[in-house]
Design a protein around this ligand. Structure first.
Ligand SMILES: Cc1cc2nc3c(=O)[nH]c(=O)nc-3n(C[C@H](O)[C@H](O)[C@H](O)COP(=O)(O)OP(=O)(O)OC[C@H]3O[C@@H](n4cnc5c(N)ncnc54)[C@H](O)[C@@H]3O)c2cc1C
Length: 408
């Protein structure tokens, strides 16, 4: 007789898990609280879905689940999707996208596969509780109870709560005895002193950005930094946001606007610019090197004003040094956390120590976890979806095998 697996959540990990469990012969039901599955998938990669990456390294992943990298290294996003008739293309940085250029194709591929395998999808069903009775699991949606031989929890994290993900099941898992690492927003803007960024609102600049805690630089990224009226943003800032979330206001973001030049070269450039433009207003001094408004704001921050000729303001060696050190390492204090609504992923969730390498909860046979719900998250660049497909596939297969081979 076919045994039943219930998958909680019809997102990236849940749809992957459902197909994998059905391929292994189980009868699978997905319970999804929203009116349709895969809402978040449609938003990924600005609607293009960065579904994988060809450079999957341990430094791109974070969290407490010790077997995450091993699971990822045994997985191939390109092959996974090609097996469903979805072709991919890879950009020069190794980021993989659907060949169609649209996230809707990715969701379609997952939905078609699940339908072909006979997966039952029940939308508008919010799971509210779980109970382990003998070898069976009871899954409650309010008053309605579903019985299952195994359950795969794929309810996502807390990021983007408009996609149905708000950590609503974490108290249920805690009651079952599992440890939850408090969820924090990650891959998000980093709030800082509004007075420092407001004059730069809307501007973008290529820079090297470091997250520094107690004066120690924990991570450095290069890329485009964007300024909003209250925060630093851009992909390289997103990749530093996990550190800011963990260390809070002890963190500073240090921006080097001239990362391609050594200290000596920067001093030489400033001398040359003063020789060429010393008679111009100070605000124009750096406009051949940086966006004009950025140069102007940095000069004001270093010298208190930009309202004089550049040569006059920067006549003294000490003034030149102040400007150089600010251009090469201006510090922005972290003043708080972004909201989950601004975050792409969650740092935290089910603690890695509670799970076996098969993604089953220790001491709770038949309960599996996958995707963002697990305390394992990646950088920007397709790393998080890779984890969702890979952990979904593995948990689905392991859940199905466990009910057929071990607990018959
Ligand atoms: C704007 C945005 C862009 C992103 N872009 C990328 C990208 O390009 N590449 C990348 O790798 N990552 C990207 N990410 C991250 C990635 O989308 C997520 O990490 C991934 O979708 C998480 O998948 P999941 O299946 O674990 O959870 P989700 O996709 O969040 O799905 C969880 C599902 O569970 C349902 N659910 C929750 N609670 C219950 C309940 N009690 N009962 C029933 N159902 C429930 C939810 O409604 C939801 O449908 C992006 C994220 C955002 C927000």
């Amino acid at each position: 007789m076919s045994r039943r697996i219930i998958v909680i959540g019809g997102g990236a990990a849940g749809l992957s898990a459902a197909a994998s469990a059905a391929e292994s012969g189980a009868s699978v039901t997905v319970l999804e609280r929203l009116p349709r599955v895969g809402k978040k998938i449609l938003l990924t990669g600005n609607g293009r879905c960065n579904l994988g990456n060809t450079h999957l390294n341990a430094e791109n992943y974070h969290g407490t689940f010790p077997h995450g990298m091993q699971i990822i290294q045994q997985f191939d996003s390109g092959r996974f999707f090609r097996g469903m008739g979805l072709y991919t293309r890879t950009d020069p940085e190794g980021r993989m996208y659907p060949a169609s250029g649209t996230a809707a194709s990715v969701l379609d591929a997952l939905r078609f596969r699940a339908e072909q395998l006979g997966v039952q999808t029940l939308c508008g069903k919010q799971v509210t509780g779980l109970k382990h009775t003998g070898a069976k699991w009871q899954v409650f949606c309010g008053e309605t109870a579903f019985s299952a031989d195994a359950v795969i929890a794929a309810a996502g994290g807390n990021a983007a709560p408009n996609c149905g993900t708000d950590g609503n099941l974490l108290p249920v898992f805690k009651r079952l005895g599992l440890t939850v690492i408090p969820p924090k927003p990650a891959l998000c803007p980093i709030p800082t002193d509004p007075a420092a960024v407001r004059p730069l609102k809307g501007l973008r600049v290529r820079a090297e950005a470091s997250a520094s805690v107690g004066g120690k630089r924990l991570r450095t990224e290069r890329g485009e930094v964007q300024f909003t009226d209250t925060a630093l943003s851009g992909i390289c800032i997103f990749n530093l946001s996990r550190i800011a979330a963990m260390h809070g206001e002890r963190t500073e973001i240090v921006l080097n606007l001239l990362p391609d030049y050594s200290e000596g070269e920067c001093a030489e450039i400033l001398r040359e610019l003063l020789a060429q433009r010393g008679d111009l207003p100070a605000g124009d001094l750096l406009s051949g090197l940086l966006p004009k408004r950025i140069g102007e704001v940095w000069i004001k921050a270093a010298l208190g004003t930009a309202n004089a000729a550049a040569g006059e303001l920067l006549h003294a060696e000490a003034a030149q040094q102040r400007l150089l050190s600010l251009l090469r390492g201006r510090r922005f204090p972290v003043t708080g956390l972004a909201s989950f609504a601004q975050a792409q992923v969650t740092a935290g969730g089910i603690a890695g120590q509670c799970l076996t390498k098969t993604l089953e909860a220790k001491g709770l046979p038949g309960l599996y976890f996958c995707g963002e719900l697990v305390d394992f998250d990646g950088d920007c660049g397709g790393y998080n979806l890779t984890w969702c497909w890979a952990s979904g596939k593995l948990s689905g297969r392991n859940a199905a095998e466990s009910i057929y081979h071990v607990r018959k």
